[in-house]
Design a protein around this ligand. Structure first.
Ligand code: GLU
Ligand code: ZN
Length: 492
């Protein structure tokens, strides 16, 4: 069997972690099985549709490097792949069900339906939903309504007896009594627009989709979809509903946990390969232990068997860790290109970059690379190079376990050691050893000496490695700042 899978988002919001996880699973499954990955835009809900969402869909997939074999832009043999361009087709298929008695016209006004709802609520009736008022209209009644110009919706006739089962690769058989399925849902609205169920089923069939991998929240639609396939006389594709993506607290991942839009992660400076790697591990594993996968790896080794049944937890810290790892592996020149916009945004370098800016960025990349978790960290890490905001609060210079007197002395003697060492061309280890020896003399920890020096030079407690900072700042400016800090500790 030729595997054909699809990602079928509705462009009603930004692409989020859960959505692209579905896209990645489908994409890798297709690649690993020599199949096709199809992108279909389910834009039947015109009220919630937005251009921005559609653009975000394309740009997010492009950023991640996911190419679709068939779909919008690239086309394919079963197009168009945008549902709003397929409305004639849905009308035809809905009418076909009407002609076969498997669906019917409903002329109920919104007022009548509201009345029914109210009565059901008041009488606490077990029966909820449409009362099948139009299920058995005669031909002449239908003609009369149409003559009056009333536009009907088309409702699908759900059997009132029996059960429907659908098989899910992960969850096994899921069976529902037909009478518990929403009574006679609308498949075509009065304006001729299809609803999700009809468009989704018709398209999966016409596009020859073999496996449906989608979020578990669609499980409740499963039985109705199976009934629709049966009504059309079509084979039912294989289902594999994916485990939910949760926050650490066990609740469905949402804005309460942090950013969920991929665009936001991108803006903060996550690398696409880190997002791809980590997000694929949310609810999937190869062997329970391998953590690093390139796109090429996953295109080969992804299996459906590796998908977990249990809900999966999205751990922001773990993603940060992955991102840091990928930053350290990245090419310096690529990183230089990637950090430049953050430095421009901060106003630290000009845009477009001058040759000097470019050189400076090339110089600082090897140092910041070791410390960044996300690319935007470049700004706080290098702020001391671009704006000099001396720390005036002495307590910030004082390391744990040290005090003001020791810090003053560490700063004074440390400055001497450092400056004379640098001026005499001593190597870094030798200078570090002397500074360590100083801390012993003073009876404080090594950091008792290094922290005040670092704060003096970088105006911050979180910064680049000491000698990188000095190299980037230059000896003259370094000296100036050290002298300034010494003065601060000598005042009163
Ligand atoms: N358009 C649906 C969504 O936005 C697709 C569900 C499915 O994959 O069947 O999630
Ligand atoms: Zn009706």
């Amino acid at each position: 069997m030729d595997v054909r899978v699809r990602y079928a988002p509705s462009p009603t919001g930004l692409q989020h972690i859960g959505g692209i996880r579905t896209a990645l699973f489908n994409y890798f499954f297709a690649r690993a099985n020599g199949g096709k990955f199809i992108l279909r835009v389910e834009d039947t809900d015109r009220e919630r549709y937005s251009d921005e969402s559609l653009e975000d869909l394309y740009s997010t997939l492009e950023w991640l490097g996911i190419k679709w074999d068939e779909g919008p832009v690239v086309g394919g043999p079963y197009g168009p792949y945008i549902q709003s361009e397929r409305f004639d087709l849905y009308r035809e298929y809905a009418q076909r069900l009407v002609d076969e008695g498997k669906a019917y016209y409903c002329f109920c006004t919104p007022e009548r339906l509201e009345e029914v709802r109210k009565q059901q609520a008041e009488s606490k009736s077990e029966y909820q939903g449409y009362d099948r008022h139009c299920a058995h209209l005669s031909d002449s009644e239908i003609k009369e309504y149409l003559r009056q110009g009333i536009k009907p919706v088309i409702r699908f006739r759900v059997p009132t007896e029996g059960k429907t089962t659908f098989h899910d690769i992960l969850m096994g058989d899921i069976t529902r009594r037909n009478r518990d399925i929403s009574p006679d849902p609308i498949i075509l609205k009065s304006d001729g627009f299809p609803t999700y169920h009809l468009a989704n089923v018709v398209d999966d069939h016409l596009m020859k989709i073999t496996h449906i991998m989608r979020a578990q929240e669609w499980i409740p639609s499963g039985p109705l979809h199976v009934l629709l396939y049966q009504a059309f006389g079509w084979d039912v594709p294989q289902y594999c509903h994916l485990p939910m993506v949760m926050g650490k607290d066990g609740q469905k991942l949402s804005k309460r946990h942090g950013s969920t839009a991929v665009r936001d992660f991108r803006a903060k400076g996550y690398l696409p390969e880190a997002i791809m790697n980590y997000v694929t591990l949310v609810g999937w594993s190869l062997d329970g232990s391998t953590e690093f996968f390139s796109k090429e790896d996953l295109e080969k080794c992804f299996t459906m068997e590796g998908i977990h049944k249990a809900p999966a937890v999205f751990d922001y810290k773990k993603l940060d860790w992955f991102n840091g790892q990928y930053i350290r592996q990245a090419d310096n020149s690529r990183l230089a290109d990637l950090v430049a916009p953050y430095l421009q945004e901060a106003g630290y370098v000009s845009s477009p970059l001058t040759d000097d800016d470019r050189k400076l960025i090339d110089n600082l990349v090897p140092a910041v690379k070791e410390r960044m978790k996300v690319l935007s960290d470049v700004v706080p890490l290098t702020a001391f190079l671009f704006e000099d905001k001396p720390v005036e609060d002495k307590s910030i210079y004082i390391a744990k376990g040290s005090d003001e007197n020791n810090t003053a002395e560490a700063l004074e003697k440390g400055t001497e050691i450092l400056l004379s060492g640098l001026k005499n061309g001593e190597n870094e280890e030798a200078i570090e050893e002397k500074l360590a020896a100083l801390s012993q003399q003073l009876g404080i920890k090594v950091n008792g000496v290094f922290q005040p020096i670092r704060v003096a030079i970088t105006n911050s407690t979180v910064s680049l490695p000491l000698f990188d900072s000095i190299r980037l700042l230059g000896l003259e400016e370094t000296e100036k700042r050290l002298v300034r800090a010494n003065k601060l500790f000598k005042e009163n």
